[in-house]
Write a protein that binds this ligand. Structure first.
Ligand code: MD3
Ligand code: FE
Length: 212
């Protein structure tokens, strides 16, 4: 138990009073079981630190599976049917993941979720994601299903305003969050992943999206 766990206790766990449209499902699947599927996807399209329009590179490394993949470069953000690095299609989303994502979405009240993109974010210690919202998809009536794997993170829900006030949600290995309805266009961020000399593994986040 580290100091951040004490902070988690100080602020009420979000699942007691989740923001509208946010459904937290704890401990559904772990990194150990999903590593072979992730390795198969990164064999087709390796993790890379994408450039953002301002010119900096993201601290998070990304890749994709599915018919569409989320990409960024100096020109902007978009979904692409091929990996710009190789010109080849992304690996398909594993059937088992499609079934899990659809099941979790159904639990949260979205019975017909068929994602066409699985964006995979890899966080080494120190990596973070600044406040943003996801608005490059076609249909905002579709939810986004997020799966946290590996090292823990503090996810910050900002909602309607980029500058907060934020609400922290601790996400650990296997936690799933469904963002839909009123939450679909909310601002959110990920605090820097803490270094832990006793654990060299990273955090990996899968987000299942209906992009097209
Ligand atoms: C709420 N990823 O990939 S997952 C992202 O942990 C992203 O890697 C974070 O934000 C991560 O865009 C947070 C939670 C998440 C993902 C997408 C959302 C929350 C969302 C889209 C709309 C609303
Ligand atoms: Fe996001």
């Amino acid at each position: 138990m580290g100091p951040m766990d004490l902070l988690d206790d100080l602020f009420p766990p979000v699942e007691d009073d989740p923001p509208a449209g946010v459904v937290v499902l704890r401990a559904r699947t772990g990194l150990a079981g999903q590593r072979p599927a992730i390795d198969a996807i990164t064999a087709v399209a390796p993790f890379r630190h994408l450039q953002v329009p301002g010119g900096r590179r993201m601290s998070v490394a990304t890749t994709n599976a599915g018919a569409r993949g989320w990409c960024s470069d100096r020109a902007g953000y978009r979904y692409a049917t091929r990996d710009p690095l190789s010109g080849q299609p992304w690996a398909p989303i594993p059937e088992a993941w499609l079934a899990l994502a659809a099941g979790w979405a159904a639990e949260a009240g979205f019975p017909c979720f068929v994602p066409d993109c699985c964006l995979i974010n890899r966080y080494a210690p120190g990596a973070r994601m600044g406040a943003h919202r996801d608005q490059d998809e076609q249909d905002f009536s579709q939810p986004i299903v997020s799966v946290s794997l590996g090292r823990p993170a503090t996810f910050v829900w900002l909602g309607a305003s980029r500058s907060g006030p934020g609400r922290s949600i601790s996400l650990r290995d296997g936690d799933v969050v469904v963002f839909g309805g009123a939450a679909r266009l909310g601002y959110h961020a990920v605090r820097p992943i803490r270094a832990d000399p006793s654990a060299f593994d990273c955090r990996i986040n899968l987000t299942f999206r209906r992009a097209g």
